[in-house]
Write a protein that binds this ligand. Structure first.
Ligand SMILES: [Zn+2]
Length: 143
């Protein structure tokens, strides 16, 4: 196993996160805190991640942004020009009882319908559609 606490060069945050996930650690953001959970035998890796907190937070923020962005790209075309907006789906998937109904990824505690990125993407897509409709209505009023 790689030693994370020693060495002259600090490891890249992406490598730290990948190694954490591979060893069963979860690395999550809670406000401005970095929360690492998992087996105690990976304490050295957890400490290395905490030592690189700012860079790890930046990578996780990029990941979260990308997770919403691809869902927005897939969901936006599902909005009809008129009529009822259907349940927006990120991808076709088989879902278990704790999986997101939109993308099939496992949901975090407290989520019972869709995962956070899917919820964020759907809200963004619907809000953008509302704004576009409002703009069209305003333009229509001016004619
Ligand atoms: Zn999802």
């Amino acid at each position: 196993m790689r030693r994370w606490g020693s060495g002259a060069r600090s490891p890249h945050p992406t490598d730290l996160i990948a190694e954490a996930r591979a060893t069963g650690l979860t690395v999550e953001v809670d406000g401005d805190r970095l929360v690492i959970r998992g087996p105690k035998e990976h304490g050295e890796l957890a400490r290395a991640i905490l030592a690189a907190k700012a860079r790890v937070l930046a990578v996780l923020a990029e990941e979260a942004e990308a997770a919403v962005a691809w869902r927005v790209a897939v969901m936006a075309p599902q909005i009809p020009t008129t009529g009822t907006i259907p349940f927006l789906v990120a991808r076709s998937c088989q879902t278990g009882p704790a999986d997101c109904l939109s993308c099939g990824d496992p949901m975090e505690a407290g989520q019972r319908y869709v995962c956070r990125p899917c919820a964020e993407a759907a809200q963004g897509v619907v809000a953008a559609d509302e704004a576009a409709r409002a703009t069209r209505r305003t333009k229509g009023d001016q004619l």
